[in-house]
Design a protein around this ligand. Structure first.
Ligand SMILES: *Cc1c(COP(=O)(O)O)cnc(C)c1O
Length: 425
């Protein structure tokens, strides 16, 4: 499928039925797989042969969908996970052990911030957060002897900052570590981090990839580019024998292209078990089949809404990297010339009360803790996710009380704008 364009990969990559086989990917709703001899099965347990024996490790439906996403991102291998949280945790934990350190962009999803700053800290993995717009000196100063990965989001949720992937990839590589990029918001349709030097790409497939608000899920994609063996001292998990598989060395046995995902599957998924159900993988694939068509509309609606809001007297400020006035406009043109996504945030006059009154009047945009699906939805952090904070604390966190995040769906943009107009009035 590598020689086909993105739109074709969205529809057909990952699964090629043979004669008389189902056209749509089959849902293999089976926990286990049958073998004629224990010897056959033993080869699978020793990673000497590839095949299926238990769905916690691998399932054909999941593998079809993972292969499609790997093709879309331009990677060599991929693994589905139960959620985006599981994807980011496993992608980092696969290379970071107790005593390791991560350099991360400070402009990331709140759930990932907690994962790094609180939960992984308890596991003895330390993180240094840097502004995505930090100086070269600040970035250089963030690296330590024990740094094992650099992390950022191509478009940050909810700040909508655009990550300078090429710059962070160069810095990571200069220190002999990989760059992990969460590419949830633009999806591979609008941004392919591997082309700019990212080594590992993650997603919350819950968002645009599924796109219908139907199934929580995640995915990890390996570029196959990072040479683990030439930094073997930093990555003992990949470059020294795994005693739980009779001493195999992943980086030697599976090479640059396969080592990362094979270890992630056969070790982390085996032990942690956060798999995506085959049923959800099937739903995810339905979303992927139209992703290229939907993303263009999300971007069109996002831009139209951002342009409308920018001119409205009751709106103080709009954040949308597709607007020429946005500080991230230039960077967006470099990495995502077709636009980023359909999420826009803006500050309304009247603070918390103003936002509350405005949202109550909306008819099409529902109030939800969600983004990036077919139906337009919105959220005021001050009265929902950040409700406990005082006005002062909100300002410190860079979240004005009147900030509203709106995720533009696939409706007609004229109806969305009319809805915003009447609610603002
Ligand atoms: C939602 C989200 C996550 C977490 O994904 P879940 O599927 O909700 O676990 C991670 N990263 C980004 C950028 C997100 O938007």
């Amino acid at each position: 499928m590598d020689n086909y364009r993105m739109d074709t990969k969205c529809v057909q990559a990952g699964y090629t039925p043979g004669n008389g086989e189902p056209r749509q990917i089959p849902i293999i709703q089976s926990t286990t797989f049958k073998y004629a001899t224990s010897e056959d099965m033993g080869k699978l347990f020793d990673l000497e042969a590839s095949g299926y024996f238990y769905t916690r490790l691998q399932n054909p439906t999941n593998d079809y969908v993972a292969a499609k996403i790997a093709a879309m991102e331009g990677g060599t291998a991929a693994m589905l996970t139960s959620s985006g949280q599981a994807a980011n945790f496993m992608a980092l934990f696969n290379i970071c052990e107790c005593g390791a350190h991560i350099v991360a962009s400070a402009s990331i999803y709140g759930g990932t911030f907690n994962l790094l700053a609180v939960t992984m800290a308890k596991m003895g993995i330390e993180v240094t957060f840097v502004s995505p717009d930090c100086t070269d000196e600040e970035l250089e100063g963030a690296f330590k002897e024990n740094t094992r990965a650099v992390f950022g989001e191509s478009i940050a949720n909810p700040a909508l900052t655009v990550f300078d992937i090429e710059r962070f990839a160069k810095a990571a590589h200069a220190h002999g570590v990989p760059l992990v990029v969460d590419n949830t918001f633009p999806t591979p349709v609008n941004c392919r981090p591997i082309e700019w030097g990212a080594d590992i790409v993650t997603h919350s497939t819950t968002k645009y990839m599924d796109g219908h608000g139907a199934a929580v899920g995640g995915v990890i994609v390996d570029s196959g580019n990072f040479d683990w063996l030439s930094h073997a001292d930093k990555f003992p998990g990949l470059c020294t024998p795994d005693e739980s598989y009779h001493g195999i060395i992943y980086a030697e046995k599976f090479g640059k292209e396969g080592a990362f995902i094979t270890k992630c599957t056969s070790q982390l998924m085996r032990d942690l078990g956060c798999i995506q159900s085959p049923q959800n993988a099937f739903l995810l694939n339905l979303g992927l089949e139209s992703l290229h068509v939907r993303m263009a509309r999300h971007v069109e609606n996002g831009l139209a809404v951002a342009e409308f809001l920018e001119k409205h007297p009751k709106v103080k400020q709009v954040n949308y990297p597709g607007l020429a006035s946005d500080p991230y406009y230039e960077r967006l043109q470099k990495y995502m010339p077709n636009g980023g996504c359909g999420v826009v945030s803006f500050e309304i006059e009247g603070g918390r009360k103003g936002a509350e009154a405005f949202m109550k009047k909306l008819k099409l945009a529902a109030i939800e803790t969600h983004v990036a699906d077919a139906r337009t939805c919105c959220l005021n952090p001050a009265t929902s996710t950040h409700r406990q904070m005082t006005e002062e604390q909100l300002l410190e966190a860079g979240i004005p009380a009147g900030l509203v995040r709106i995720s533009c769906g696939l409706e007609d943009k004229r109806d969305l704008i009319a809805d915003l107009e009447q609610a603002l009035a």
